[in-house]
Design a protein around this ligand. Structure first.
Ligand SMILES: *Cc1c(COP(=O)(O)O)cnc(C)c1O
Length: 434
């Protein structure tokens, strides 16, 4: 048998850090990354044959659980007809219409392969359609790894973004303004100073990449109001929340009820059902600025890939009201047990929860975490020991305190019991961390 450690050692000689995406390397929790070889329902199996309840869900796509029979069947049947043709095919319109049925504002859908590509293209479209350059983003919101959107948090009210990565030029970063999340005053000030030059405000529907951070009551509607007033677009990044928080994403729980819509949506993760597909979508008149109908260029060899379209469509078709009710209930059960275990162990924390997405922050009970500064100031050192205690007990959590926990439709009583049994010991490990 090849061990996880041996696999990771080999991987490091072949790939930077041994991984294809950084968080997988366990940098912030330490120890050896686990190499998974199979998934079934709520469970993962690693290269050593150990099984885990999965609370990562492939970082979101596994809404129905791993190897859902309908999704596997749809993929098999698509594969039987060929892996892709580089032409139009009926599967694209099928998935696009499923998207529009759920999110009526998504009048036109452009498929891409990753969430990064979706937000990057949405930003280009916003600049092309408005003729303006500046994009406003919120500190701690993650919109993929395109250059302009990696701009990091600035301090103060409205700071010109500093490059968030080596290799991002200051010219690119200077066209991104970064402000704190949930800060209405900062948003107003940035528009007072730069209103004529702002193409768009991009925001996560609810931030979940600095841990889960709920928008203050009415904050998204406020972004809508301010952008509208100044002729800027609102890009609602639902790559994580889309088709997960409700059947219509986070917008289904906010904009739909409150009577507003953003100009553009971005989707990823669940929309591909586990295969690489993402999308941007919005009002027809705006989306038609994209090539070939308009002057804003976007293209993709694998965009709208038929196998990925089939996986996404089968996932959405099977994500019915019962699925969302189950996700909400499971998240509530696990989150309640999490906070009860930490409280029993005397660990100061806040449960960060929006619908069925949640995470924990340590040392933050006083006011919870409502922005990136607070997320960064928490006692993050408690998460490593907590994570490893859960892993030892057969529960696979995101290997970073800044990531959301994902439940699935396949998390049944056996899976939830394994989590509940593991929590008290892990809470003690968090208490003893120093
Ligand atoms: C995951 C994520 C992205 C990036 O998607 P990739 O497919 O990883 O490129 C963008 N925005 C949000 C909100 C995300 O959670």
């Amino acid at each position: 048998m090849t061990t996880n450690a041996e696999l990771f050692e080999t991987a490091q000689t072949l790939m930077p850090g041994g991984v294809s995406s950084p968080v997988r390397a366990h940098g912030s929790v330490g120890g050896t990354p686990v190499s998974m070889v199979a998934g079934d329902g709520a469970w993962l199996t690693d290269a050593e044959g150990s099984s885990y309840v999965d609370l990562v869900g492939s970082w979101g796509p596994a809404l129905l659980g791993h190897r859902h029979p309908a999704v596997i069947e749809a993929v098999r049947s698509a594969v039987d007809s060929g892996l892709g043709f580089g032409t139009s095919h009926p599967g694209e319109a099928r998935l696009a219409s499923l998207v529009r049925d759920r999110v009526p504002g998504a009048e036109r859908v452009r498929f891409v392969s990753t969430g990064t590509e979706a937000t990057m293209t949405a930003v280009r479209l916003a600049r092309g359609a408005t003729g303006r350059n500046i994009v406003v983003k919120f500190a701690g919101c993650y919109h993929g790894h395109s250059d302009g959107l990696l701009a990091a948090a600035g301090s103060g009210v409205a700071t010109m973004g500093l490059p968030g990565s080596a290799g991002v030029t200051s010219a690119q970063a200077s066209e991104t303004i970064v402000i704190e999340y949930n800060d209405r005053g900062a948003l107003e000030q940035v528009f007072a100073e730069h209103g004529e030059s702002i193409a768009a405000v991009i925001t996560e529907a609810t931030p979940a990449n600095m841990g889960v951070v709920p928008p203050d009551e009415g904050f998204n509607a406020f972004i809508r109001e301010v952008t509208q007033k100044h002729g800027a677009l609102m890009i609602f990044d639902e790559v994580m929340t889309g088709f997960r928080i409700t059947e219509a994403g986070y917008w289904g729980a906010s904009g739909r009820v409150e009577g507003w819509a953003p100009d553009l949506f971005t989707f990823g993760k669940v929309i591909g059902g586990g295969l690489p597909t993402a999308a941007l979508a919005g009002r027809a008149e705006l989306m038609e600025h994209l090539a070939p109908t308009g002057p804003v260029y976007h293209a993709g060899t694998l965009s709208g890939n038929p196998v990925a379209m089939a996986a996404g469509a089968a996932t959405l078709e099977n994500a019915d009201a019962a699925v969302y009710a189950h996700l909400d209930e499971t998240a509530r059960t696990v989150a309640d047990a999490l906070t009860a275990s930490l409280t029993a162990a005397g660990v100061d924390h806040s449960l960060q929860k929006v619908g069925n997405l949640f995470s924990v922050a340590f040392g933050t009970s006083e006011s919870g975490v409502s922005n990136y500064a607070q997320a960064g100031a928490q006692e993050a050192f408690r998460y490593g020991p907590f994570f490893h205690a859960m892993l030892d007990a057969g529960v696979y959590l995101p290997p970073s305190v800044f990531e959301a926990w994902f439940v699935s439709a396949a998390h049944d009583e056996a899976a939830v019991d394994r989590i509940l049994e593991a929590l008290p010991t892990a809470a003690k490990a968090a208490a003893q961390a120093g």
